[in-house]
Design a protein around this ligand. Sequence first.
Ligand code: THU
Length: 133
Amino acid sequence: MTEQHRSQLIAAALAARQRAYAPYSKFSVGAAVLTSTGGLFLGCNIENSSYGLTICAERAAIANAVSAGNRELIALAIASAGAVTPCGACRQVMVEFAKNLPVLLIDANQTDHILETNLSVLLPDAFTGPFVL
Ligand code: THU
């Protein structure tokens, strides 16, 4: 990931967070994903009065990328208060489309404080299909 891509991802995740629909938790999350075609796709969390139907920002961003025909993910950024790490469900969706995805964690209240991790750290020994014995 170039420095330019890094700053684009950070700005896009922060912008996506502004669109969060989180009237129940009041916890806004934004995500942005860079694809191999150079595309940048955004997502925000979208809650529902039936709470379990909530879509996380990360999965919304990946759904946008894949729906536009971009299945190869290069890097992903997540913006939230406190720079949370992604939930398990989102980690599993990430591994479907990227084997070793750099993940930037942005604290929306302190945007110069960015943690960089990786999907292989977040989801070691991931399940990617039936075992071959
Ligand atoms: N959420 C995300 O969108 N991404 C995360 O990484 C963690 C959690 C959302 C789901 C829900 O709308 C709110 O944050 C509180 O859990």
